[in-house]
Write a protein that binds this ligand. Sequence first.
Ligand code: SAM
Length: 258
Amino acid sequence: MFSFFRNKKQVADTAQQNIIQDYRDVTPVAEFFKNETGVTFDKQVSILQNKVTTFCKHREIDSFTELLKKMEHERELKQELIDYLTTNETFFYREFKQIEELVKLVKDADREVAVLCAPSATGEEPYGITIALLEAGVAPNKFHITGIDINLDATSRAKKALYRERNVRNLSEGVIERYFTKSDLLYALRESVKSQVTFRVINLFDPSFKNIGKFDFIFSRNMLIYFDKETKLRAKEILESIRKNPNQEIFFGHADLF
Ligand SMILES: C[S@@+](CC[C@H](N)C(=O)[O-])C[C@H]1O[C@@H](n2cnc3c(N)ncnc32)[C@H](O)[C@@H]1O
């Protein structure tokens, strides 16, 4: 009896040893990720290697080759990797001068305007624009904002619109009182702001992106910083193609230099 169990244990141990884990060359994953999303890790190869190794180990995926193979038919796994590797750092009223500029343009417009935030991450930018417009006395029926992002998890959080102190740090107490309900450590955005924004999970480089419609004003801030020069230009061209007015400049972030 005892030797039967011991033999079984030996077989299991041997099987365990036979699994060859290979997390050495992350280049194929870096290339895959850049082709899919535009995001490059050219200057952060060892960070990428550590991150993807952790990602694989948590899912009992034994090599980067296996990961790439699995993602060919497992869309959820691909989305998980995208969510894991994209950086969603954002906050309300970031680079506020541009928001003020937009407020003036919307006030001057003589009809309803459509604004795009690409990318919208966890929602602070499109919601911040909404708050600034409402604060300036713009009627809710004069504008609508669409937020898009490739990150599914960030977009789900944007729809929930529950924020922490650090996200609202640039907002005055008055603004917080008017547009949020505070409970414990969370700031819950009011429906009057949430209802002005529609969110979608979409990749800017997906061919279907161009069917998203045309926009009067486009914000694309702090996404191009993750792209190389050629990809930045490709992104710019795509965004320019969905402007209603070809003379209207796109609002890029100050760090998104070409
Ligand atoms: C740092 S956030 C910027 C958020 C906000 N615009 C701001 O400036 O605070 C960058 C976002 O770009 C998104 N992103 C990266 N590549 C993308 C792509 N190809 N299509 C759509 N979104 C993408 C990421 O998921 C991330 O949420």
